[in-house]
Design a protein around this ligand. Sequence first.
Ligand SMILES: *[C@@H]1O[C@H](CO)[C@@H](O)[C@H](O)[C@H]1NC(C)=O
Ligand SMILES: *[C@@H]1O[C@H](CO)[C@@H](O)[C@H](O)[C@H]1NC(C)=O
Ligand SMILES: *[C@@H]1O[C@H](CO)[C@@H](O)[C@H](O)[C@H]1NC(C)=O
Ligand SMILES: *[C@@H]1O[C@H](CO)[C@@H](O)[C@H](O)[C@H]1NC(C)=O
Length: 214
Amino acid sequence: MAAIALYLAMAAMALLINGAASDGTTRYTNHTVGDSAGWVFNSNTNKTSADFTAWAAKQTFNLGDFLIFNTITNETVIQTYNKTTYDSCITDDALDSDTFQYDGGSNEFGQTLTIPVPLTIEGAQYYFSDADDGEQCQHGMAFEIKVGHGLGLPLSLSQPPPPPYAPPPVPSDEGQSPPISVVTNPSNNGGMRAGVGICWLFLLLLVILSFLQA
Ligand SMILES: *[C@@H]1O[C@H](CO)[C@@H](O)[C@H](O)[C@H]1NC(C)=O
Ligand SMILES: *[C@@H]1O[C@H](CO)[C@@H](O)[C@H](O)[C@H]1NC(C)=O
Ligand SMILES: *[C@@H]1O[C@H](CO)[C@@H](O)[C@H](O)[C@H]1NC(C)=O
Ligand SMILES: *[C@@H]1O[C@H](CO)[C@@H](O)[C@H](O)[C@H]1NC(C)=O
């Protein structure tokens, strides 16, 4: 009975740990870049629609969040994990492996569009517009963010999907199995073992369920 209670407590703890991130994040957030001003550059005045560095400093970014760029086709959205590329403001030498362009596929200037960019990698990443040969970026169409773990990547954004859940290894050496051997009553060995097996199944089920929720 004690072993069953212990395993139930462990299962409940596993659920809790999976359900809420350590930093208190409880949901995914969509961050509208520049808030209502959007991601726009005025090429007549060289002014950006917002101070994007200041905007980014006020946000907390986590895996699974989106950046929403409300923009026009005069601008581009370049995402890079490479600071050298970011600092250069252009993509001429950028590597396909660390730099990505998001656009609406339109060749006409002045068209409005919304570009959602999912945050799928933890750590530092950089955004800029490389339009006008980097001039937009040099005039402030650029910002850096740090992406934290939060709730972790939702299944919908996992590309490729994570490996299937592997149950924890079962100790083959009787002498080393932890709480089980401590509470085992020799006269009741078979029943105890069956109970523990069912508990593992239950724990496995809970863990799978909590992953599906994430
Ligand atoms: C966030 O943006 C994505 C991409 O546009 C969308 O699929 C999702 O529903 C949005 N989530 C919220 C909470 O608005
Ligand atoms: C967008 O580009 C076109 C063509 O260069 C220009 O006429 C227009 O003023 C630009 N729009 C803004 C907001 O800078
Ligand atoms: C905008 O900046 C470019 C250099 O990036 C400069 O040549 C141009 O004169 C500037 N225009 C205005 C209106 O400040
Ligand atoms: C970053 O990009 C530059 C080109 O902009 C490239 O030369 C360099 O190798 C890249 N750095 C890393 C660490 O991949």
